[in-house]
Design a protein around this ligand. Structure first.
Ligand SMILES: *Cc1c(COP(=O)(O)O)cnc(C)c1O
Length: 225
C-alpha cells in the first residue's frame, strides 16, 4: 500500500527544498501502486529487474522517467535502452559501451551513473577509485562515447546501524564526486548527479550532499511481506 498523498508531498517538498530529486523505487510493486504515486505527481521511478520493468512500463503513462537502479547485464541492455531515462549501476566499461551502442541504434542519449563500491561490506558490484580512473581514461571521460552521458556517481552505504560509518561512506562518495566535478569533468555541466540514500539512510545521505535519493519501502511499504 502506497503512502497517502500528504506523506508523499511532505517528503517530496522537503527533498526538493534541498535540491534533491526523489526516485520512488517501485520494484516488486504493482502497476496500480505505481499509478497511485504517479497521480500524486511523482514522475521518477526506479526498478531493479529488466523483465519487471519491461512488463510494467506499458501499463503506465509515457512521461514516467524510468531509472534502472539494479545490476544490468550486458545482454539485457537492449531491452531497456529504447526508453530508460537513467541507468544508475554502471560499473564496467563493457556495460557502458553496450549502452552506448544500443542507444546509438535507438537514436537517443542515455544518462548513466557510475556505481562506486563504498560500503565496507563485500559486494560484487561497484568500482573502486582505481577502476573508476581506468574506466574514465579509456572513455576519454565521456567524449569517446557519443550516445551515453556520464551524469555522475551512485553508491550504497553499508547496511548497518552504525550511523557514523554510513555518514563516513557517503561523505567519501560526495568528496569524490566533487573532485571529479571540479576536476576531470569541469566544463561538463551535465556531470551533475550524485545518487545516494535509501529509505533507511536518506537523511544522512542528504546531509552529506546527495542530489538524488532512491526510496522504496518508505513510500510503498515493505516489499514482498
Ligand atoms: C531496493 C533499492 C532501493 C530502495 O530501498 P528501500 O530501502 O526500500 O528504500 C534503493 N536503491 C537500490 C539500488 C535498491 O536496490
Amino acid at each position: 500500500m502506497p503512502v497517502d498523498r500528504t506523506t508523499w508531498q511532505t517528503l517530496k517538498d522537503g527533498l526538493e527544498a534541498s535540491g534533491v530529486t526523489l526516485v520512488a523505487v517501485s520494484k516488486t510493486q504493482s502497476a496500480e501502486a505505481v499509478k497511485v504515486l504517479y497521480d500524486y505527481g511523482q514522475r521518477d521511478f526506479g526498478e531493479n529487474y529488466v523483465q519487471e520493468l519491461v512488463q510494467k512500463r506499458p501499463l503506465l503513462p509515457d512521461d514516467v522517467r524510468w531509472h534502472f537502479i539494479g545490476h544490468l547485464q550486458t545482454n539485457k541492455v537492449k531491452l531497456i535502452v529504447p526508453f530508460v531515462y537513467m541507468v544508475h549501476g554502471v560499473d564496467s566499461l563493457r556495460l557502458l559501451q553496450a549502452i552506448d551502442r544500443q542507444a546509438g541504434m535507438a537514436g537517443r542519449h542515455v544518462s548513466c551513473l557510475l556505481q562506486m563500491h563504498i560500503a565496507r561490506e563485500e559486494s560484487k558490484f561497484g568500482l573502486d577509485e582505481a577502476e573508476l580512473e581506468a574506466l574514465l581514461e579509456e572513455t576519454g571521460n565521456d567524449r569517446g562515447l557519443s550516445n551515453v552521458r556520464i551524469r555522475g556517481l551512485m553508491g550504497m552505504a553499508s547496511l548497518t546501524d552504525d550511523e557514523g560509518l554510513v555518514r563516513e561512506e557517503f561523505r567519501g562518495l560526495n568528496g569524490l564526486f566533487e573532485r571529479l566535478r571540479t576536476g576531470r569533468f569541469a566544463g561538463v555541466p551535465d556531470f551533475d548527479t550524485l545518487s545516494m540514500g535509501m529509505s533507511g539512510d536518506y537523511r544522512i545521505a542528504v546531509a552529506e550532499g546527495s542530489g538524488m535519493v532512491r526510496i522504496g519501502s518508505l513510500l510503498f511499504g515493505p516489499r514482498g511481506g
